[in-house]
Design a protein around this ligand. Structure first.
Ligand code: C2O
Ligand code: CU
Ligand code: CU
Length: 551
């Protein structure tokens, strides 16, 4: 363990100092709560008067009660937003839903968010996909108690795109997201505004989540405890924007932008139009693609976003169009494992089996209403990162996502431990690197000293406990270089291979068992600690999450 660095309060504060000397005013967070828990009751509780925001929002996490199923209320959590400063389009409330408001901003906006925690648990908000400083990233060590406030102040540096926000308290992210804490954070910019893409009523959020309810209409989370946690939560009902079975009412002749977010805790979807038409994709996690892409179906892992173009001019009034989940042979892969009966969708708890078809989104085509949006050949002009610039192009920094021992999900054999960061998790500001993220430990780790011995265990567990891991990296958007499938089950691969989008900018990828991917990324603007983790929220809560440090 001597190669692991304990991230002490002293060097943490040092990092804050460095970051503050950069372009942006930092929020007034003066201490690291990890070792001074009660010494600073007003952590993050003051606004920085030198920061002059374009948008100022109060965002409260509250206990709420929501009519999800027919007539009875379900106990939920919600983010309630109110606008202190900014245009009225900034906050869009989802009426009748537990989910948070949609926050709409422009690139370049200076945003202040006053997060007030009123749920009976520690929490903190993470802005998933946004390029912000450590203090604004919602690190688990920045959690606040009920009654406390955390002030975020940052400039929106991201391209136009569909980002989102959700809680990030270590050990409880899954539970808090499950109860309703999540919202979309939509960025637009000049390039996108010049495009004539659908806006207003034709720009539609589609947050996809699975949930399970008991007879009293209350949410059920991990009924089988540790076993469910090892697998990740899988529900037996699909919610769209926090609502059940409702479907969207859209207009014939409308041209729509559907912003799909897989906000499920652990479930992935293989989405296709029930009509057999192909899906037209215009954007991914980090914004618009260079040009649109058509796919027979879409593989949407947890936390991933895909913007879909939908033209209803060829439909007729009262027609129903559906996005369905198509079967993926994931249920039985782990069937011989310790979970008995398969980890991925065991039918005894009445989950929607992966290897079945079910409806995800119903669209009712209503009366005709035209908008003048159009799908351009060129969506966005950008250059991706250059592999030749990578400092480690012949020896990618490798992270193995897998099992350690019998019942622990790990990254390179390690689990989350506060501010801890290991030597091989430290990168340099203003450098470009290749990261190889590997699910299964079947490849050799060269040039990496720590965890080598532990890999043996990973391999030993072999195929018995392999599961998909949806991997997410904070603070940046990366480009995908390649996807290695040599060790992926052929049957599984054939079922999903045409649903991946490897173009553009991403912050989350879906790693199948046995797969590794090479990602190229650049560390810019902010020093400090940021997370990378499995976005199966139960895996994340169990510690399949680590810091990397930019210095
Ligand atoms: Cu969407 Cu660290 O998470
Ligand atoms: Cu994130
Ligand atoms: Cu995982």
């Amino acid at each position: 363990m001597k190669d692991k660095k304990q991230y002490t309060r002293r060097n943490f504060v040092g990092t804050v100092g460095l970051a503050t000397s950069g372009l942006y005013f930092m929020p007034l967070i003066s201490s690291c709560r990890s070792d001074t828990a009660s010494a600073h009751p007003n952590v993050g509780n003051a606004v920085n008067n030198d920061f002059n925001p374009d948008i100022d929002i109060q965002l409260k996490a509250v206990q709420s009660s929501t009519k999800i199923l027919s007539d009875k209320n379900t106990d939920t959590y919600s983010y309630k937003g109110s606008l202190i400063k900014g245009g009225k389009q900034t906050l869009q409330h989802l009426v009748g839903s537990a989910l948070g408001p949609i926050i709409r901003v422009n690139k370049g906006d200076r945003v202040r968010i006053r997060f007030e925690n009123e749920i009976p648990a520690k929490s903190i908000i993470h802005w998933h996909g946004l390029h912000v400083s450590h203090e604004n990233d919602g690190h688990p060590e920045h959690v606040i108690d009920k009654g406390e406030t955390y002030i975020y102040e940052f400039e929106v540096m991201n391209r136009a795109g569909t980002y989102w926000f959700h809680p990030h308290p270590h050990g409880h992210t899954g539970e808090q997201v499950y109860k309703g804490l999540a919202g979309l954070f939509i960025v637009t910019d000049e390039e996108e505004k010049a495009l004539n893409l659908p806006t207003g009523d034709f720009d539609i959020p589609v947050v996809i989540q699975d949930r399970t309810f008991d007879e009293n209409h209350q949410l059920v989370y991990l009924p089988n405890g540790r076993m469910d946690q090892m697998r990740g939560f899988l529900g037996n009902r699909i919610l769209i924007n926090g609502k059940i079975d409702k479907g969207l009412s859209l207009n014939k002749d409308g041209k729509y932008r559907l912003r799909l977010l897989n906000g499920s805790n652990s479930r992935a979807y293989k989405l296709a139009w029930n009509t057999g038409e192909s899906i037209t994709v215009i954007g991914v996690d980090g914004g618009l693609l260079a040009s649109h892409k058509t796919l027979p179906y879409l593989l949407l892992g947890p936390a991933q976003r895909v913007d879909v173009w939908l033209d209803l001019s060829k439909k007729s009034e009262n027609e129903e169009l559906k996005l369905v989940h198509l079967p993926i042979p994931l249920d039985t892969m782990m069937g011989s494992g310790m979970m008995g009966g398969g980890m991925m969708g065991n039918q005894s708890d009445n989950s929607l089996p992966y290897n079945s078809q079910f409806d995800v989104l119903k669209i009712n085509v209503g009366t005709s209403k035209k908008n003048d949006a159009s799908l351009p050949d060129e969506l966005s002009a950008f250059t991706t990162l250059n592999l030749a610039d990578a400092t480690n192009r012949t020896f990618p920094r490798t992270f193995n996502f897998g099992m350690e021992g019998m019942m622990k999900w790990t990254i390179n054999g390690r689990t989350y431990n506060g501010m801890e960061v290991a030597d091989d998790e430290i990168v340099k500001l203003n450098t470009t690197e290749i990261w190889r993220i590997n699910n299964g430990g079947n490849i050799s780790i060269e040039g990496q000293n720590d965890g080598g011995g532990m890999m043996g265990n990973n391999r030993g567990m072999g195929n018995m406990m392999q599961m998909p891991h949806p991997v997410h990296i904070h603070q940046l958007q990366f480009n995908i270089i390649n996807r290695n499938i040599e060790n992926v089950d052929q049957n599984l691969w054939n079922a999903v291979k045409d649903g991946f989008i490897d173009e553009g900018w991403q912050d989350s990828v879906y790693l199948l068992p046995g797969m590794y991917m090479d990602l190229v990324m650049r560390f810019e603007d902010f020093k400090g600690l940021f997370l990378y983790h499995c976005h199966n929220l139960e895996h994340e809560d169990m510690g399949m999450m680590r810091n990397f440090k930019i210095e």
